[in-house]
Design a protein around this ligand. Structure first.
Ligand code: ATP
Length: 208
């Protein structure tokens, strides 16, 4: 029988590759909200990155597993890899609600850079009804600019959204920068865990 957690932090990403920014922010948020389990969900086909080449999901899954191996806070899910078409967050949230049942409260973690995209997310109103979006700070992104969400959400939902914009460490780490540094043969040991670096080297990822 599936254990029923009180709450779960769902964290979707391209994770190309996963990095310390993801890991530190997720841990901080889980601790602040007293959530015992964070599920890293590797996105198959990010709707907002359809025109950008993304590394094969097998590699991104492998690196994500390696980054959190033996860490009881984290699980890794490939649920979005089994669906055709773009990975809609709402479908993923419903999948987990269905899996764990109505007693489990679901939180969906995003970085502040994603706030501006939210109004364009698939069925954003339903998403805000069916889970609590939690926003982590990200350097260079203003969390007071809600990018049109004010017009879309009910006052209650908007308040809940604002209440879940959390103060988290500001980390200047981005997967784009890691890929660029690998290609330029620059060190990345301060940006992502060693097993991920070893995997990148072994599979010659991010080199043109
Ligand atoms: P890329 O540089 O390829 O766009 P990324 O570093 O933004 O990648 P993603 O896998 O696209 O990583 O991000 C998944 C989620 O994590 C997004 O919601 C993003 O906002 C958030 N995120 C990524 N890096 C950070 C960071 N340094 N601080 C806070 N949130 C972050």
């Amino acid at each position: 029988m599936t254990h029923t957690p009180k709450s779960l932090l769902l964290y979707g990403g391209t994770f190309d590759p996963i990095h310390n920014g993801h890991l530190i922010v997720a841990r901080t948020v889980a601790e602040k909200l007293a959530i015992g389990k964070t599920i890293l969900i590797v996105s198959a086909n990010p709707p907002h990155k359809l025109n950008e080449p993304v590394t094969n999901a097998i590699h991104r899954m492998a690196m994500t597993h390696l980054a959190v191996e033996n860490d009881p806070l984290f699980d890794v899910s490939d649920c979005e890899l089994h669906r055709d078409g773009p990975s809609y967050t709402l479908e993923t949230v419903r999948y987990f609600q269905n899996k764990y049942g109505p007693e489990t409260k679901l939180y969906w973690l995003i970085g502040a850079d994603s706030i501006a995209d939210l109004p364009g997310w698939y069925e954003i109103k339903d998403l805000c009804d069916e889970c609590q979006i939690v926003t982590a700070a990200r350097p260079g992104y203003d969390t007071t600019q809600l990018g049109g969400l004010e017009k879309i959400l009910t006052p209650e939902r908007l308040l809940a959204f604002k209440d879940h914009i959390l103060e988290t460490p500001l980390l200047e780490i981005a997967a784009t920068d890691i890929r660029r540094r690998v290609n330029a043969r620059l060190p990345i040991s301060h940006l992502t865990p060693l097993p991920v670096i070893n995997y990148i080297t072994k599979h010659e990822l991010y080199t043109e």
